[in-house]
Design a protein around this ligand. Sequence first.
Ligand code: SF4
Ligand code: SF4
Ligand code: SF4
Length: 348
Amino acid sequence: MVNLTINGQQIQAERELTILQAAQKVGIHIPTLCYDERLVAHGACRICVVEVKGARALMPSCSTPVAEGMVIETNSPTVIEARKEILRLMIENHPLDCLTCEKSGNCVLQDLCYEYDVKEGGFNGVKKQYPIDDSNPFFTYDPNKCILCGRCVRVDNELQCTGAINFAERGFDTHVSVFYDREFNDSVCVSCGNCVSVCPVGALMSKQPQKFRYWETQKVRTTCSYCGVGCQMDLLVKGNKVVGVEPVNVEPNDGLLCVKGKYGYRFLDHPDRLNTPLIRKDGELKEATWEEAMNLIISNMKKIKKENGPDAFGGFSSARCTNEENYLMQKLYRAVLGTNNIDHCARL
Ligand code: SF4
Ligand code: SF4
Ligand code: SF4
């Protein structure tokens, strides 16, 4: 442990922590844009700078380790002015589209500009003018809104491990790109959307089934039903409609999802979705009640068992069911029907 002082408060912290982590542990808020606790610290955005007594310059708290006797100020006038200047530089080269931007209300850049009262850059610099990549079926990429925090690149390379995106060019021309500046759909991207989930601004945005503002939605925590991993996610619900999905940073998925969990929710409202059982009558499928369907299944099962014995049955269950449902399924086949012919779709 080391002893240090943050904003006049004396604390102890494990020596392997950064200043940011030590501050977070005692509830002191330091703003961040490029930081993600799951990723190797990048120190790119500099919004987390703090004043360390005796240091020649402001230090990025996300990548500066604590040291014995450090005296740190996280909100001094120098720090606040530096953060304002960083924000001015960012928005100077940014289309301030907040009125129509889908990210508005859930944008870290917008929140920080509000917090630090920054309205314009004031440098009259050149602005980026890249085409918007709309090729992916699930998300769009607008490089003009990118603040080069690198979260998408690091999630893609360090956690998702697809390696679809990286930084291209240098200096003012630096931008996030798939191989050879092609389109997302012409790359090895698997559309997991994990880069979209971490983008702090509106550069990487999910395509939405209907327009919504973030503050109009309620989050409903649930477990992804596509496979047996059990990824935790929040459904964004507007009215009674699911309009988006966000991964939750807890086990087992630690803030990641695959394309099915992230984007495979539109079946919920799909017109082709079955809402009632169907029974074939005179060669045609007709809607039926659950009672009619269950009675038909039971009478046919009894008939088959009587005529052909229990091993005429085979039951296939699903990773999309809960453990309890799968338990009941095998119990039905083993104990009620009397056969061990029971299997599961995850064991192809
Ligand atoms: S990304 Fe954020 S700051 Fe930029 S236009 Fe959209 S809401 Fe505004
Ligand atoms: S969607 Fe997934 S695979 Fe594609 S670039 Fe983003 S993180 Fe990489
Ligand atoms: S696209 Fe988003 S996450 Fe990626 S570098 Fe730009 S701002 Fe950061």
